[in-house]
Design a protein around this ligand. Sequence first.
Ligand code: NDP
Length: 243
Amino acid sequence: MNKVAFVTGSTRGIGKEIAITLAESGYDIAINYRYENENLKITKKEIEEKGVKCLTVQGDVSSFEDCEKCIKNIIDEYGKIDVLVNNAGITKDTLLMRMKKEDFEDVIDINLVGTFNVTKNVISHMIKSRSGRIINISSVVGISGNAGQTNYSASKAGIIGFTKSLAKEVASRGILVNAVAPGFIETDMTDILKDEIKDEITKNIPLKRVGTAKDVANVVKFLASEDSSYITGQVICVDGGLL
Ligand code: NDP
């Protein structure tokens, strides 16, 4: 029986690459989407081409009820979740002076509360099976801070605190909880930045290139695997040395 991995926000960007990379390693996959679209069908097809199963579960991670329904669907179909990757996330960047309360709340609700909502619904199943891996996608700005991202940095710093605390709570049950903190990764999220800003960021990266979704997915694959069985409560930066 294949192991089962659930990746949130997985129809594009880093989440999609994580889902495909885990599919290549032989996991049956559950992908999560908010709205039906072409990306969903393409991602499902690409995963199934790896010779594993792909279940699609609709839900907004900021809704506890949606997350409850998603996890129930996965358990009904596969009977278990071995690996959870909390990847779904958004930015709403602006200086605090100009930030609306909704911009702060939306980012916290999706990035941080979303991580709680999904994990809360998964954890009892992992505890029952006395094993599991939870990998939370944070960000280097959750460690360093970044002007224009008070909402986003707070959400990503929150994910780090959540990761470290949960790691201590569930270690005795055989569940490992870690975070990955990407630096600047080429996806739709960073595509909105002006070329001058991208060039400036690249200049400050010791490895002199921006990261790819695959760079992040490979570290998630390691944290999901037996090779990382003595690692928990950690934050692994995937940032070309930026931080
Ligand atoms: P993208 O914007 O390319 O993709 C984000 C994904 O999250 C999409 O699939 C999106 O779905 C999904 N999503 C957003 N909100 C929700 C929600 N409420 N419920 C369910 N799914 C949702 O971002 P990236 O791939 O770049 O980022 C992935 C993760 O990596 C995020 O957590 C991000 O913060 C983090 N990260 C990214 C970095 C980068 O440089 N790109 C750097 C550091 C961290 P939909 O298609 O419906 O919008």
